[in-house]
Design a protein around this ligand. Sequence first.
Ligand code: GSH
Length: 215
Amino acid sequence: MAITITAFERSPDRGKGLARDMRVRWALEEVGEPYEVRLLSFKAMKEPAHRALQPFGQIPTYEESDLALFESGAIVFHIAERHAGLLPDGANARARAIAWMFAALNTVEPPIFDRALATILERDEPWYEGRLRLLEDSIRKRLGDLSRHLGEADWLDGGFSAGDLLMVTVLLRLKGSGILEEYPNLSAYVARGEARRAYKRAFAAQLAVFNASSG
Ligand SMILES: N[C@@H](CCC(=O)N[C@@H](CS)C(=O)NCC(=O)O)C(=O)O
């Protein structure tokens, strides 16, 4: 059954692969499922037709037969549950991989995303420097703990899982900021994710959309 996801017609990250359709593309590439992409303008994302799929007027969404899903974490979980390769077989290992999915989105992503938003929306505000410092302190707290947990391991808990997929996409937003680079094992972890063939295919696909829109 054909899978259709939605993505930005013109991604504000200029093709860096930071928009959340990347997670879904990467998960689909990992499990070898072909998919189609419906590209949306910012205007179309806020219209009723799209809000029927995504109540908050955002991307990504996922449609397959009579199922429509939103929330990138829920979509990646759906893909991981239905195909081999993204969740371990053992019940306990599987539960732990799912815990890492939540940790990526619920514990690690919020200060990283808030920092990214602040650098765009609050740069000219009088509180900007102080807020940035606070957010960067919160990020370092999370990255320090994550770095200690990861240690010298390749992945967060045994083999590569959907937990790693989401964590790498979350950390990627910090690449080049100097903050991720303070934690060499996390930098190497992100690089391991980026080196996966499935990641590269997903990245190339979203970059092709950006290049076509700016050509
Ligand atoms: N928690 C949602 C967040 C979705 C989200 O923030 N999407 C962004 C792109 S990465 C978006 O559509 N932004 C445009 C907007 O909110 O108007 C998810 O993980 O799917």
